[in-house]
Design a binder for this molecule. Structure first.
Ligand code: ADP
Length: 174
């Protein structure tokens, strides 16, 4: 009997994609026949990279992973999952704080759309990384090179050089 391939989507805003996200993608790519990284927009977060820039970077980072695809979406995550006939939603867990939020999200998605969520734990070395911190640190000139893949670090540096300076963050000359 032929078994149906298992399709998973890994939704997030990935602004920008971090080493933690990439770790989850690598783990997920071993669990499913197809893994679709679904790049969406979180209305509560101000965007650093545009959606197409994020998709382009992630595509480059996963080009050696044959089971992984990258797409953007504008609708509800569960609607996108249905459109792609996904069987499961993949999410990453960093710590107990994530569990509480992810638990609510997974229960909601199962109740409203009947979709199951599969969680993977990130490597402990990436457990503290989060995109919001990367954005804040980068905007304040901090070193984020250990938190994001080298390709993303390069693109971030280019973006930072093009960004208008925020006067209140300037250090006064002595
Ligand atoms: P959202 O905008 O929904 O918070 P994110 O892009 O921040 O989306 O995260 C998408 C998924 O990746 C979530 O399941 C989140 O828990 C997971 N994630 C984010 N950072 C890490 C990390 N460092 N390690 C493991 N999982 C992570």
């Amino acid at each position: 009997m032929e078994t149906k391939p298992i399709i998973a989507i890994f939704p997030g805003s990935f602004d920008p994609i971090t080493r933690g996200h990439l770790d989850v993608i690598q783990r997920g790519s071993k669990l499913f026949d197809r893994l679709i990284v679904a790049v969406g927009q979180n209305p509560d977060k101000r965007e650093l990279f545009s959606k197409s820039e994020r998709v382009e970077m992630i595509r480059e980072l996963v080009k050696t992973m044959p089971r992984v695809e990258v797409e953007s979406f504008d609708c509800l995550t569960v609607e996108f999952a249905k459109m792609r006939k996904a069987d499961v939603m993949l999410r990453g867990l960093r710590n107990l704080t994530d569990v509480e939020y992810e638990f609510q999200l997974a229960m909601t998605n199962r109740t409203v759309a009947g979709i199951e969520t599969v969680f993977v734990m990130t490597s402990e070395e990436y457990g503290y990384i989060n995109s919001s911190i990367v954005r804040q640190l980068a905007l304040l000139g901090g070193d984020v090179s250990k938190l994001i893949p080298p390709l993303v670090f390069e693109k971030l540096n280019v973006k930072m050089r093009r960004m208008p300076r925020v006067p209140e963050f300037d250090v006064p000359e002595s």
